[in-house]
Design a protein around this ligand. Sequence first.
Ligand code: SAM
Length: 302
Amino acid sequence: MSFIAYKDIIEEGDIVILYLGYDNLLTLKVEAGKVHQTKYGALKHDSLIGEKFGSKVTCSKGYIHVLQPTPEIWTLALPHRTQILYSTDISMVIYQLDLRNGSIVVESGTGSGSLSHALIRTVAPDGHLHTFDFHAERVQLAQKEFDEHQVAKYVTARQQDVCENGFDLPRIADAVFLDLPGPWTAIPHAKKCLKHMGRVCSFSPCIEQVQKVCESLKENSFQDIRTFECLQKPYEAKTIRMPIANLGLTNEEQDYNPSLGNITQNEGKDCFEFKSGCRAHIVPGHTGYLTFATLFDPDNAA
Ligand SMILES: C[S@@+](CC[C@H](N)C(=O)[O-])C[C@H]1O[C@@H](n2cnc3c(N)ncnc32)[C@H](O)[C@@H]1O
């Protein structure tokens, strides 16, 4: 099993995601003979071996679902060591950086490895991710997860302060991604690793950080500088009831189209009732700004 390939049947040693509810996901390594306690009681690892991914499995006091890990599910289940990127921003990053199988990507900081897993799946099997963090324990834990998830051959994790010391990867990268508190200080270093037409992306929660990044990108001859904010806009199907205006006409004369709705009564008044798509009241809010830019002809760029 790995995060970049699918399989049907759960085997010993596989990483599985236990789905206990939409906001309650757990990661588990399947080891024969072991028992794991969940809020639905004891789950015997042996009862998972040989089952299909996606199956409903019985615990001592109920049942849970057992899912195959993907980068998207990992983002929802991973242990948070830092703030992380979520799938809406991640999909924009991958699209705008034009990543594909074979791409070489440089990332900093690694943080909790949420973005790293999606980058690895995108560039594998022929590409590579070089991910940097200056925090020793975060690098070790990310490396442990890459090993356990069987993706280690597609990623190199290094401990390094990239703002001070850069990346030491001259002209190899198709893209550089920065999620750092002071990304503008890493832009000159990003420039040194990018190939002709390489793309850079910086993720920052504050607009002041974006301004500094844009200034640094311009000073370093990047072009096509654009900033996006990804906000989801979910819609819900709702019943709308609108009072019918009293124009001195009968309802038939007002010509309400019965295929669009019904005339009903509300507090003694005629209403036109119909189903419509409306914006959800609670929408996921601001995460950060994504600033993208392109570097043309890096050897001759000022
Ligand atoms: C917000 S986290 C990154 C989260 C990551 N994008 C994810 O999706 O899991 C920022 C990381 O940058 C690292 N960092 C901050 N400054 C750094 C620097 N100068 N060089 C390298 N890493 C740095 C921090 O240790 C932290 O782990």
